[in-house]
Design a protein around this ligand. Structure first.
Ligand code: GTP
Ligand code: MG
Length: 388
């Protein structure tokens, strides 16, 4: 697996991958407003001189886009570690199948350096330093067509001395095996490779070749006088692919595995230099774990009791308040009831008095009517007597 990484975006990662593997991995530029760095893996099957090559490229999306770049390297480190962890888990299985394991470990990291001609950015140094114990770093100068030839030479040696003075370990082309010793030694001198990427084909003489065209001329990607693209391809795919795998397994993965197993409490020898017993380690870890579990359980129990007590007190308080409210309401209700009854009595009395007065008035009225009628009769009788 290959990891193209750079301290900044738009530096030509996708174009170079397309140029290297004669394919179109990704055409759209990444969106550069991601909140953090994200790693995106894509797998491809390639045909490289009669060899079928299964390759995964993990793109670092958004690296260098954040204002605060302090933690930018973390997702990359986490990704690399996660692949190591997956391999370790497979290795630790009782029934392991490493022979057909789909290895997702990162075998090389192409670190793209901006063609500034000055020096490495601190972000580049920090990132490479964080990665160098985890992955084979191959530094490359991107968009090398934008830097003049004499400047490029100085820039290359400046970068190499900065890497050395900052203790950054880059991938060393192996020179211990006879067949590749010579080529690797010659190629090492050209590091970091200055590369140009392009998928555009331009007619040169009577052949088509990958190149970048400018008003003043043509930069040929595969012309060794123009850039180091061919050297990179040779080193990465043809000469050292197996060594990159081996280094990943024997150096980087081994380191991860050792640290992880030590962290888990495993050792090769005990304090008396006797072989360390796996059974004892297991039991010690188990007891430690059980002890912690019990402690946690006790803490949780106490916390639970405390919470229940708190809730109980809260409920009691609420109940008391409710009782008080109820009593108050009851009292107000009784007072109101008494007032209404008093008023009722008053009104009834008023009604009685009124009825009495009404009866007296009616009596008076009927008496008055009677005496009125008698007087009229007497008057009529008197009239009749006077006529006769
Ligand atoms: P992101 O994925 O968006 O971060 O960008 P990238 O690093 O993948 O860069 P990409 O390959 O998309 O290229 C960005 C721009 O740089 C494009 O316009 C490319 O044509 C141009 N470019 C790529 N390689 C080179 C190169 O070698 N030289 C020059 N001069 N330009 C290049
Ligand atoms: Mg890209």
């Amino acid at each position: 697996m290959l990891l193209p990484t750079a301290g900044e975006t738009g530096i030509g990662k996708s174009t170079l991958m397309d140029t290297l593997f004669n394919t179109k991995f990704e055409s759209d530029p990444a969106t550069h407003n991601e909140p953090g760095v994200r790693l995106k893996a894509r797998s491809y099957e390639l045909q490289e001189s009669n060899v079928r090559l299964k390759l995964t490229i993990v793109d670092t999306v958004g690296f260098g886009d954040q204002i605060n770049k302090d933690d930018s390297y973390k997702p990359i480190v986490e990704y690399i570690d996660a692949q190591f962890e997956a391999y370790l888990q497979e290795e630790l299985k009782i029934k392991r199948s490493l022979f057909n394991y789909h290895d997702t470990r990162i075998h090389a990291c192409l670190y793209f350096i901006a063609p500034t001609g000055h020096s490495l950015k601190s972000l580049d140094l920090v990132t490479m330093k964080k990665l160098d114990s985890k992955v084979n770093i191959i530094p490359i100068i991107a968009k090398a067509d934008t830097i003049a030839k004499n400047e490029l030479h100085k820039f290359k040696s400046k970068i190499m001395s900065e890497l050395v003075s900052n203790g950054v370990q880059i991938y060393q082309f192996p020179t211990d095996e006879e067949t590749v010793a010579e080529i690797n030694a010659t190629m090492s001198v050209h590091l970091p490779f200055a590369v140009v990427g392009s998928t555009e084909e331009v007619k040169i003489g009577n052949k088509m070749a990958k190149a970048r065209q400018y008003p003043w001329g043509v930069v040929q990607v595969e012309n060794e006088n123009h850039c180091d693209f061919v050297k990179l391809r040779e080193m990465l795919i043809r000469v050292n692919m197996e060594d990159l795998r081996e280094q990943t397994h024997t150096r980087h993965y081994e380191l991860y595995r050792r640290c992880k197993l030590e962290e888990m409490g495993f050792k090769d020898t005990d304090p008396d230099s006797k072989p360390f017993s796996l059974q004892e380690t297991y039991e010690a870890k188990r007891n430690e774990f059980l002890g912690e579990l019990q402690k946690k359980e006790e803490e949780m129990r106490q916390m639970f009791v405390m919470r229940v007590k708190e809730k109980e007190a809260e409920l009691k308080e609420a109940e008391k308040e409710l009782h008080e409210k109820f009593d108050l309401l009851k009292r107000t209700h009784q007072e109101e009831k008494k007032k209404v009854e008093d008023k009722k009595k008053e009104l009834e009395e008023e009604v009685n008095n009124f009825q009495k007065k009404k009866a007296a008035a009616q009596l008076l009225q009927s008496q008055a009517q009677q005496s009125g009628a008698q007087q009229t009769k007497k008057d009529k009788d008197k009239k009749n007597a006077s006529f006769t």
